[in-house]
Design a protein around this ligand. Sequence first.
Ligand code: NAD
Length: 492
Amino acid sequence: MANTAVIKNYIDGMWQDCVSGARIEVDDPATGETIAVIAEAGPRDVELAVAAAHRVFRDRVLIDMHPYDRGRMLFRVADALEARHEEIASVNCAETGKGLDLARDEVRTAIRYLRYYGGLADKLEGRSIPRGANLVDYTVRSPFGVSAQIVPWNGPLELTARSLACAIATGNSVVVKSPELAPLSGVELARACEAAGVPAGAVNVLTGYGQTAGQALIEHPDVRHIVFTGSLATGRTVLRSASERVVPCIMELGGKSAAVVYSDADLDCVVEAVRIGTFLNAGQNCNNLTRLIVEDSIADELVERVKVRVEGLSIGPGRQNCDITPMISQKQRQGVERACQEALSQGARLVTGGTVLSERSGYFMAATVFADVARQSSLFQKEVFGPVLSVTTFDDPLMAVELANDTDQGLAAGVFTRNINQALWTADRLWAGQVYVNGWYVGGVETPFGGVKQSGYGREKGQEALDGYVQTRNIGIQISQAECGSVSSRPR
Ligand code: NAD
């Protein structure tokens, strides 16, 4: 083990051990070896963190700060991350297993979120509502209070940064529950907040298991806002708890994103989209490209091209920047293996992959492509969250759109064609929160992101995200004309 010092939780501006003394071991997914040990937060640590965050809210520490200063504070957090960019990318790479360049991108993206929302902190305005001579009426966009933020392991730094930045920009205080499988990036963000002089208690970062620390956090009576990013199954649990106290939630859940490929598409572009969309980070992205819906006439050629490309991908640890990096855990990989076996039993044709790479240490899974995937099959319908692509064919555009939309999820979707009319017609009909044309992951920090249907609701990223972190309050003022004398001034 590289470093045996126990990493603590960041509560009320201090690095605190957990009350129980319990520990979580963090593995390197490329080797299975323990790379760090972190204090396991439980309900009593959640209590301390929420108390600190609630105090910051009650004392109006962030609310009364000039919004420009809240923004400058976020810039300083970004600067602190930037100053240690390479070191933090290595930590992110080591704990998630993703490629080092991808981890560097993640740090850059986190920095961009902090600067983007820092810049917007002083631009969130209310309205003045005309109501005649005797009334002055305006709206203010107020924070909710303590925002509980539950984060998954696949993008632990950028997903934490995007929610935290919105919350602080709008005057909420934050308690983050970092993912137990990849908690070190959240620790780095907490260090950056500390270095930036974020007031004690405004940002608290805990690592614990979902069913203990996570559940205690969402059930806490002083939590007034929840941002949940994770699976549909856990999302339902979070929503049930939130409904008890009518706590508003932003739900960023899973996907089963499809791309429609017309016969006139640039197939090199499609193959590249598959490389990044399906296989980066071992397919562990919520909006990854999981289903190709391909026009009959080009299906064989495209499947062959994809097969050749996929079989040429390098496999190895993220620190070597290989194309196919390990999955996060043995459990996650077993789930993908099961999904592949089920696909075979339901009649899909295996084009390549389908097995674990057991000759390697760590949690590697072969890049996998299935063709002839039926729309009723589990592989077509259910999120796998691994390096698995399914191919299904169509023979007319209406059928293509119907197939693409035929799941309970709707996070991202795509269309590949050289015909702009076909592209726009299809993009308009793909029922997903974000649609890509002739590429994949075409969105950015400034573009609103989130699901339709069971992929969730509320938006992260872009200016729309701020709307989810404030509630409009209205203030009406009655004016007594009697005290103002007779009406003497008229507009001219
Ligand atoms: P998960 O649902 O298992 O865990 C997510 C987080 O919830 C973890 O921090 C976990 O500890 C916590 N948790 C678990 N049980 C809890 C409970 N009872 N109460 C409170 N918190 C609890 O998901 P995962 O496996 O970590 O992440 C993968 C999933 O996340 C995929 O479905 C993926 O599509 C989704 N995801 C969505 C987005 C998005 O922006 N829409 C982004 C990334 C990942």
